[in-house]
Design a protein. Structure first.
Length: 125
């Protein structure tokens, strides 16, 4: 690998504090979590919440995609457009890694299993 470059699936490099996890047991750097929050703020209608769930919350797991649930009050079409823009911006900012972003406006009524899992196990960013 060329000096200064990064692998296709690694976290962006920066100062050591940028690579520290957002909290104990979470495999997401503070810098990456801040980028996720920023993109959600800029792309989704306010107020919006974002939860990280899946393998990134298991310290014993390796690799793993970035599983995110965004909760924002908007119609389905608006959420889908925002979801597509957010994934594109996150891939540009975080590098080439798989990002699963699910968006919902009413998590309590949303019957998708992935939404249920995120609400039960997710960590708010």
């Amino acid at each position: 690998m060329v000096a200064g470059s990064r692998s296709r699936h690694s976290e962006p490099q920066g100062e050591p504090s940028d690579r520290a996890p957002v909290r104990e047991g979470v495999r997401l750097s503070a810098r990456s979590a801040a980028l996720v929050r920023q993109v959600v703020r800029e792309v989704f209608p306010a107020p919006a919440r974002v939860l990280l769930f899946g393998s990134r919350l298991r310290p014993d797991a390796r690799g793993g995609d970035l599983d995110l649930l965004v909760i924002a009050g908007a119609d389905r079409e608006t959420l889908e457009r925002a979801r597509i823009r957010a994934v594109a911006r996150l891939q540009l900012g975080l590098g080439d890694q798989h990002i699963d972003l699910v968006a919902t406006s009413d998590p309590e009524r949303d019957e998708r299993a992935v939404v249920r899992e995120a609400l039960q196990t997710g960590a708010q960013l």
